[in-house]
Ligand binder design. Structure first.
Ligand SMILES: CSCCC(=O)C(=O)COP(=O)(O)O
Ligand SMILES: [Mg+2]
Length: 226
């Protein structure tokens, strides 16, 4: 019996286009000035040092750091330091009302229903935990953060690595067979299934082709595995 649902964001609760066409360009445009203005902040320096280590380059100036992070954004690299900085930058956009986070029309109602049925809800995204909280705090359906029992990001490991799901399962404290993972990416679902979680693939456009996992086009079609 399923006791908790772990959900991806981009392509699952929300459109890929909102992340790629709104959030990523917003961060890319603001990044050079943000790094210049906050270069000596401890939180920023911690991410710059981690990025220097990950890339094997020295990032001695805001310009050098900016060039690397912009390259990583263009490559859609799921690097933890980049994701942390993006989250810091997106905060301003959400708080100033420049955008709200896209949710598919079924998302908020189904999350509320599952929560009211007593299921624990968790998020697992490559976006930082701070960015996830902003996303669901400033969503098209208002503040949904009260529905979630916890958030996981790449500090638990990468989404296509089965060890990440073992880490998350241990942190949640339920057996893997009581967890259901929702995602639009086959390789993420394969990794979760290897760790023993139930899986359902979201094919929001109905165009993704065959899958080893149960496929639905929206959350209303989900029947919880027994
Ligand atoms: C927290 S919203 C931004 C998500 C993000 O930065 C990203 O790279 C998408 O990752 P996901 O794992 O949700 O597909
Ligand atoms: Mg996704």
């Amino acid at each position: 019996m399923i006791k908790a649902i772990l959900t991806d964001i981009e392509g699952t609760t929300s459109s890929i286009s909102f992340v790629k066409d709104v959030l990523f360009p917003y961060a890319a445009n603001a990044l050079p000035d943000f790094l210049q203005a906050h270069w000596n902040d401890e939180t920023v320096q911690a991410q710059v040092k981690a990025a220097a280590q990950e890339s094997g380059t020295s990032l001695g100036s805001a310009q050098q750091a900016s060039d690397l992070f912009l390259k990583w954004i263009a490559e859609d690299r799921k690097a933890t330091p980049l994701k942390a900085l993006q989250g810091m930058i997106w905060a301003k956009g959400y708080r100033q009302g420049e955008y709200t986070a896209h949710l598919y029309p079924d998302t908020a109602n189904c999350l509320r229903q599952w929560h009211d049925q007593g299921l624990a809800l968790y998020v697992y995204s490559s976006g930082s935990i701070a960015a996830q909280k902003l996303f669901f705090g400033f969503s098209d359906a208002g503040d949904l953060t009260g529905l979630f029992s916890g958030y996981f990001d790449t500090t638990s490991g990468h989404k296509q690595d089965s060890h990440s799901y073992l880490n998350i399962q241990q942190a949640i404290g339920l057996p893997a067979q009581q967890l259901l993972f929702l995602s639009d990416v086959e390789a993420e679902l394969d990794a979760a299934a290897t760790a023993g979680l139930h899986t359902i693939r979201l094919d929001r456009e109905g165009s993704q082709g065959p899958s080893k996992h149960t496929v639905v086009t929206d959350f209303n079609e989900i029947t919880l595995p027994g």
